[in-house]
Design a protein around this ligand. Structure first.
Ligand code: GLY
Length: 334
């Protein structure tokens, strides 16, 4: 039986380990107990909204990743907050609209008038100028997903902080340690700080995931069925985890401009984390050396790409073939 150690117990490492276990491998997850980017993430499954048209290979990977989510969520067999109501992408001003229009045209999404938008989402501000509806952009609750994966893997998860891969005895090692992958492999992964808020309001206040440009500021608002509303996110080239007054102010100002009723919600959590960014902001997926495989650097798309990363890396380990989807993302490209 193939024996594999996965370094990193975040959403990527756990998804890979689960897929390997399902396929019959003897797998262990080495987890340092630090909550990773998944803990902060809102869980938007946004293949169109999180890549630019200059990145066709990444767009292809994100779209393929999105297609795997319905089956992955169903297979987990518990409620992980998978919700396919869809996303409204919105522009508040003429300048915001001009900036968004190119992406919306690329995605072939028809422009909706303010009245059509408010029909779908009555709580939207009357100031919203235009928007589009993306039925394929959905959401999931990453904290529930990680809890479900931990449950599935149970005694295969070992609390251990790895500082050097020579500490790991297994013949195959998968490094899925997010930002920590850099120190273990020497690969260029940098932390990109994101501050995120969690509000609590009446369930049903919002129906869709909203992502918007509000006077040049990008904000997203992700409503859960139980009344939790996640508001994100700053994007800062910083290594600290401080939640700043300016960060909170910026997010709340944009979110409340977009949906005035959010001002009545309770602010229940403020948190900051780090997205693992790479020089081209695309993930590092594939063989690092004869023993070590890397699955890291997912930047803004770790949740979206968890199922497909699990399938591709499990295939690489167990079938010893690299799916063509992996070719553009080899760790050796830097
Ligand atoms: N995927 C959203 C973010 O990274 O903020």
């Amino acid at each position: 039986m193939t024996s594999v150690a996965v370094v990193g117990g975040g959403i990527i490492g756990l998804a890979i380990a689960w897929r390997l276990q399902e396929r019959g491998a003897d797998v262990v997850v080495l987890d340092d107990g630090e909550p990773g980017a998944w803990y902060v993430a809102a869980g938007m499954l946004a293949p169109g909204g999180e890549a630019s048209h200059e990145e066709p290979e990444l767009i292809r990977l994100l779209a393929a990743g999105n297609e795997r989510w319905p089956a992955f969520a169903a297979e987990l067999g518990v409620d992980v907050g998978y919700d396919d109501t869809g996303t409204l992408s919105l522009a508040m001003t003429a300048d915001d609209l001009a900036a968004a229009a190119r992406d919306w045209t690329r995605q072939k999404l028809p422009l909706l008038r303010p009245s059509e938008l408010r029909e779908r989402e009555p709580a939207l501000s009357p100031r919203v100028r235009a928007g589009v509806y993306s039925p394929a952009e959905r959401q999931v609750d990453p904290r529930r997903v990680v809890a479900a994966l931990r449950d599935r893997l149970a005694d295969r998860i070992v609390s251990k902080r790895i500082v050097d891969l020579s500490e790991v005895a297994a013949p195959t090692v998968i490094v899925a340690a997010g930002c920590g992958t850099a120190a273990l492999t020497g690969l260029p992964i940098r932390p990109v700080k994101g501050q995120v808020l969690r509000l609590r309001g009446e369930p049903g206040l919002l129906r869709h995931v909203l992502e918007a440009a509000v006077d040049g500021r990008h904000v997203y608002v992700v409503p859960r069925a139980d009344g939790e509303i996640v508001v994100g996110a700053t994007q800062e080239e910083r290594t600290d985890r401080t939640v700043t007054a300016g960060g909170v102010h910026e997010l709340l100002r944009a979110a409340i401009e977009l949906v005035p009723d959010l001002a009545e919600c309770a602010l229940v959590e403020t948190v900051a984390g780090h997205r693992p960014g790479t020089p081209d902001n695309a993930p590092l997926l594939g063989r690092h050396d004869e023993r070590v495989i890397v699955a890291a650097g997912h930047f803004r798309n770790g949740v979206l790409l968890a199922p497909i990363t699990a399938d591709l890396i499990a295939g690489l380990v167990l079938d010893e073939v690299a799916d063509p989807l992996l070719h553009h993302f080899t760790p050796g490209r830097f």
